[in-house]
Design a protein around this ligand. Structure first.
Ligand code: PMP
Length: 428
């Protein structure tokens, strides 16, 4: 532990790590670990899709012409294929265009302007409303709330999902209308909600009768190990608890097929699906059904989808290994950082010494290594402890991920030594 070192040992370690840092910087690398984008090799896995559905192949199972207008809910064969993954019947699925984030955005805007099933009035007419935001969390969720003036209340993650005692207390406030959840392989902590967490979210008493769980299952099939985590079915759990309209489930094929040209999904109760179709049909005459057809032709069925995800895993798992190995090699038993080895998802979340995250990002930048801004995983970009870092190893090559991870570990160690030195100085 750095904190337990004698003064002279601390100084000696500081000098050694500073030299490692200078050597790393001298390599003049240009590395970017900021965003969880699929690598080109992952996109190549779906290259065959670009030629589909192919010449004259444009008829759906229902004999409709996929080239034409219509079909707001999405093709029946696509809904049937993804329904098991979403945990609902095909009739409870909406297929959107390429971004589930756009569907989450629309859900919030429609709730603000029109209300949701069970609302006494539109959310925008309620005065100030609030969303619970498990932290660390996904910056783009927080950006939607910030954009529309929805107050964000951080709730700590525990390893089993959000701190449920806190959540149950906070939802007693009728201003709390919703909650962001990334229930499996969460962004960025990679933790999955326990069955008990899901049950408590489904059954808790909320003061707002129209409270919604924004259940963003972005990493539903994104395993990195044989320990394929399954979580409780939130739509069933909510229905059993007498709150059938509580969950809005989202997912997409952005990190299954093509990040910029996948399919997005909304799944929920019958009432919510009806509500969605009523809103969506004002916005569009129909989605891109050729892309839907392309997806069924390419993936074929649920088994095809799962086999395809195994190919992603083969490309991604070594990169995650490289990150956690570099962190363990340098930082084990130092008291400088905490992290878990993700079993899925797209991120490694690292908690460094309090007050040191922005220093790590700065040190990394000066050494040619771009990291996500410190604070990004908190509402309003403000991490009160300045301690969480989100590492995104998917995009760079394995060689670059290895180099970057060694560099990050050096920066974390150096920042921890600096802060211990500063602490001792201020006490002296
Ligand atoms: N939700 C989460 C939790 C994500 O991490 C991401 C991508 N980083 C998205 C949604 C974006 O999904 P989509 O491409 O479907 O908009």
């Amino acid at each position: 532990m750095i904190a337990d070192l004698s003064q002279s040992d601390l100084e000696a370690l500081g000098a050694r790590v500073r030299a490692d840092y200078d050597a790393f910087r001298a390599r003049g690398l240009k590395l970017d670990m900021t965003r969880g984008k699929p690598a080109p090799e992952q996109l190549d896995l779906a290259e065959g899709m670009l030629a589909l559905p192919g010449n004259r192949d444009h008829l759906t199972e229902a004999n409709e012409d996929a080239r034409n207008y219509g079909g707001v809910q999405g093709l029946a064969e696509v809904r049937a294929m993804f329904a098991p993954t979403l945990g609902v019947a095909p009739a409870q699925v909406i297929v959107g265009d390429n971004a589930s984030l756009a569907m989450m955005h629309d859900a919030i805007v429609w709730a603000l302007l029109k209300g949701v099933p069970g609302s006494a009035k539109p959310w925008s007419k309620e005065g100030e409303i609030a969303f619970l935001c498990p932290v660390p969390g996904y910056d783009r969720h927080f950006a939607i709330c910030e954009e529309y003036g929805i107050r964000m209340i951080p709730v700590p993650m525990t390893g089993d999902g959000p701190d449920m005692a806190k959540v149950e207390e906070l939802v007693r406030d009728p201003a709390v209308k919703g909650m962001w959840c990334v229930p499996k392989y969460s962004n960025p902590s990679a933790e999955s909600y326990s069955d008990e967490t899901v049950r408590r979210l489904a059954s808790m008493k909320t003061a707002a009768p129209d409270f919604r769980l924004f259940w963003d299952n972005a990493y539903v099939l994104h395993h990195l190990t044989d320990d394929r985590r399954e979580i409780l079915n939130v739509v069933e759990a909510c229905a059993e608890a007498g709150n059938p309209d509580r969950p809005f489930v989202f997912a997409s094929t952005s990190k299954m097929t093509l990040a910029g040209a996948g399919l997005a999904f909304f799944a929920s109760s019958e009432a919510n699906v009806k509500w969605w179709i009523a809103r969506a049909s004002k916005r569009t005459i129909g989605p891109d059904k050729l892309n839907q057809l392309r997806h069924v032709r390419f993936l074929k069925d649920e088994a095809g989808l799962i086999a395809h995800m195994d190919k992603h895993r083969a490309l991604l798992a070594p990169k995650f290994e490289a990150v956690t190995k570099a962190l363990s090699d340098r930082l084990a038993n130092q008291g400088a950082a905490r992290w878990i080895k993700p079993a899925g998802g797209y991120f490694v979340s690292v908690d460094v010494t309090e007050g040191a995250a922005s220093r790590v990002v700065q040190l990394a930048k000066e050494a040619g290594l771009l990291l996500t801004a410190a604070g990004a995983t908190w509402p309003y970009g403000k991490d009160p402890n300045d301690s969480n870092l989100r590492l995104a190893p998917s995009y760079p090559s394995l060689k670059d991920v290895k180099a970057a991870s060694e560099g990050i570990a050096i920066c974390i160690q150096l920042a921890a030594i600096e802060s211990e030195q500063a602490k001792r100085k201020s006490k002296a």
